[in-house]
Design a binder for this molecule. Structure first.
Ligand code: SF4
Length: 373
């Protein structure tokens, strides 16, 4: 019986030339994520899914660890085609090892023997045709860390773009200049998890904060639509001063970047902190507002966070999009993406009209198809 690592080794291709640099003594530097591993012959990178053999960097290829149809609000993107369906695929592995990971079955499959998730072989054409068949608007690389499987994502995104679909990453943002340049022509939306504003916290998770801050700035400069999520974990990243610095940083990049502060629930190996309460989310949101952010949302506790699930115009405060969890209850933007009351342009990627909501809860392809409204 082959191990999961052996199964995955058979599902690889050569790395994109843009993402590698030959070093001395047969080592190859990988630039797919901020670790920039100098990998010797016969060794794997920190992510454990990219490895050097025969003088070549092998990267994951030709499979998915899972596919699911999600409301785009789940990713979460609140300012990109509300109500549309995000056809979401993941591979296996991650370059960080967060003990509270909520996708650990796919992200930690190579590190944790209890995280089993078998790969399914698939072609980009089959995935995209499946996405179209379920009326998806966006194809999303998610569930594991997509940066470490960028070559496969770009191959699928090329196909998706040709079919008229948008593309997105749901990522920890541990990027490099090279990988962002490689992705730039093929990606429309990018969600970054900004897990903390303390480098010591990032080191506990196996990373550093600088590449994440670099990624956020660079994505914004590149004109890629970005939304940022912080999972608020009591005792880990909820210090008001840290939240002030974190949200001030986002506002310094752009006050128009939506910030989602979401509730932690005990999971995986992190069971010590208490669950996040609605009051904690609302206090964090108030800090973000004070820092100058215009679009602040509280997630994962529907119906208990006041107005923090809704989108209001930053010019006149008119209610533009009303939500309950992932459900769109009302939509009032004009076809130009402006406020119908005062004409302010609302930042985001809007369609010319609200197309109705395909589903307000995730579902597996083939199990059901639901059109709301
Ligand atoms: S993706 Fe990141 S962790 Fe994996 S080999 Fe490349 S630089 Fe290292």
């Amino acid at each position: 019986m082959p191990t999961l690592a052996e199964v995955l080794e058979a599902r690889t291709a050569g790395a994109a030339p843009e993402l590698i640099e030959p070093l001395t003594k047969g080592r190859i530097r990988c630039y797919a994520c901020g670790h920039e591993c100098p990998i010797p012959e016969g060794a794997v990178g920190v992510c454990k899914v990219r490895f050097v053999r025969g003088g070549q960097l092998h990267v994951p290829w030709g499979y998915v660890g899972g596919v699911q149809c999600d409301p785009i609000e789940k990713k979460p993107f609140f300012h990109a085609h509300p109500g549309s369906l995000a056809y979401s695929f993941g591979m296996l592995g991650c370059d960080l090892h967060c003990s509270y990971c909520q996708n650990w079955v796919t992200s930690q499959a190579l590190r944790d023997p209890s995280a089993v998730s078998a790969p399914t072989d698939v072609s980009p054409q089959a995935l995209v045709s499946h996405a179209r068949a379920v009326d998806a608007r966006v194809v999303v690389s998610t569930y594991n860390e997509p940066l470490i499987t960028s070559e496969w994502a770009v191959t699928i995104f090329r196909e998706a773009r040709a079919a008229g679909l948008m593309t997105a990453f749901v990522s920890n943002g541990n990027g490099t200049e090279r990988v962002l340049n490689y992705l730039r022509p093929w990606i429309d939306l990018y969600k970054v998890d900004l897990k903390s504003f303390d480098d010591r916290h990032y080191r506990q998770l196996g990373g550093r904060i600088d590449p994440i801050l670099f990624t956020i700035r660079r994505l914004h400069d590149m004109g890629i639509w970005i939304e940022i999520v912080t999972l608020l974990i009591p005792g880990f990243n909820d210090d008001p001063d840290e939240l002030r610095r974190l949200t001030a940083f986002i506002a310094s990049v752009s006050p128009d970047i939506p910030w989602h502060v979401t509730a932690f629930h005990k999971d995986y190996r992190m069971s010590d902190p208490e669950n996040t309460t609605p009051e904690m989310l609302m206090e964090a949101a108030a800090i973000a507002r004070d820092a100058g952010l215009r679009y602040v949302y509280a997630g994962k506790i529907p119906g208990r966070v006041g107005d923090l699930e809704n989108t209001r115009c930053h010019g006149c405060s008119a209610l533009l999009i009303e939500r309950f969890g992932y459900l769109i209850r009302s939509y009032r933007l004009t076809r130009e993406g402006t406020c119908p009351e005062c004409g302010t342009a609302i930042p985001g990627r809007w369609g010319s009209a609200f197309g109705g909501q395909i589903a307000s809860a995730p579902f597996l392809p083939g199990t059901r198809r639901l059109r709301m409204f």
